[in-house]
Structure formats: structure tokens, C-alpha cells
Design a protein around this ligand. Structure first.
Ligand SMILES: *[C@@H]1O[C@H](CO)[C@@H](O)[C@H](O)[C@H]1NC(C)=O
Length: 170
């Protein structure tokens, strides 16, 4: 009787990042730098950046080293604007497909200064999973799948913080 129990595990949204770019680069005051990423339409993209503190740990980023960051779609729509900040993050779902660009700049000054930036840009798709457990022996399969998902889920937890951070900017 019970061999046909049907268990529907709720839909789980998992963010699977298919592209992860992590980089450190330098930026000269007055000379903007742009990084572009070819992204499909309807993909989830998440990024975070921070200025490497030129001073001692624990001190705030000096004003001189704060950066302005813009993330734009291939058609020039603005998806993120960090105005004179030491760090920031963004998360959005792409509309059109094509080259998304993140541009970083530091105000021009004399003599020129160099700012070091850490930047992580991850892109992927939000997927839905359904689990149907029709028979007992399939529970094993599910266990395996859930373990696999568990890793993505802890990932999502991190992403939620980005999402919240970004919503505050809206
Ligand atoms: C981006 O976020 C990840 C996860 O919280 C963190 O490990 C990493 O140091 C951050 N990178 C930058 C450049 O802020």
C-alpha cells in the first residue's frame, strides 16, 4: 500500500554559478577601467568589490581611495551605481543578452594615485528542482541530490545578503 507514497519536496531555487570571475586590479586616478562579461538573457548575476585598504587594517578607506562603480547592460541601462564608496555589491537578473560592463573610476588628482580593487563577478541561472519520491529505494537518490543541493543552498544564503544589500540601494 505504502510503496506508492508520493512525496513532493517543495521547489527549491538554486543558483548555479556557471561563471565565476575573481580578480584584483589597479586603477589610476582619472583613468577609468571597465570589465565586461558576456551574459545570456534571464541569467542571475552577482558581484562584489572592495578597495584594498592602503592604510592599516581596521582603518576606514580614505576618501581619496573611494571609487565610483557603474554596471550597465548592453543597451546602456544602469543596473548598479556605487557613488564614491570603499566597497559594494550588486545582484540582478539580466534582461537582454550581451556584454554587461562594470566600470570603475577614481577622481582625478595630482599627483595621481593608484587604487587596488578586488572584484568578484559570478553569473549563472536560477533553477527549479522538483523531487518526486515514488518508492522507498528512491530515497537514496534523493539523499544524494539533497547533499548536492545543500552546497548550493549555503551559497544562496550568501547571495541573499547581496540581494538585500542591493534592494536598499533601489
Ligand atoms: C565577495 O564576497 C565573498 C563571499 O562573501 C567574499 O568571500 C569575498 O571576499 C568578497 N570579495 C570582495 C572583493 O569583496
Amino acid at each position: 500500500m505504502f510503496n506508492s507514497i508520493l512525496l513532493l519536496v517543495p521547489i527549491i531555487h538554486a543558483l548555479l554559478f556557471t561563471s565565476v570571475n575573481s580578480m584584483r586590479f589597479t586603477l589610476k586616478s582619472g583613468e577609468p577601467k571597465c570589465i565586461s562579461e558576456d551574459i545570456k538573457g534571464n541569467a542571475m548575476t552577482v558581484g562584489n568589490y572592495s578597495v584594498v585598504n592602503p592604510g592599516e587594517e581596521g582603518y576606514p578607506i580614505p576618501d581619496s581611495h573611494k571609487i565610483t562603480v557603474r554596471v550597465r547592460s548592453p543597451y546602456g541601462n544602469n543596473f548598479h551605481f556605487g557613488n564614491h564608496v570603499g566597497s559594494g555589491n550588486f545582484a540582478f537578473t539580466t534582461t537582454e543578452a550581451g556584454d554587461y560592463t562594470a566600470c570603475f573610476s577614481v577622481l582625478e588628482r595630482k599627483p595621481a594615485i593608484t587604487v587596488t580593487i578586488d572584484f568578484e563577478w559570478r553569473t549563472g541561472t536560477a533553477e527549479k528542482y522538483w523531487y518526486k519520491i515514488a518508492k522507498k529505494d528512491q530515497v537514496e537518490v534523493m539523499e544524494y541530490e539533497l547533499r548536492r543541493l545543500y552546497e548550493s543552498v549555503s551559497f544562496i544564503h550568501d547571495e541573499m545578503f547581496y540581494l538585500r544589500g542591493s534592494l536598499l540601494l533601489l
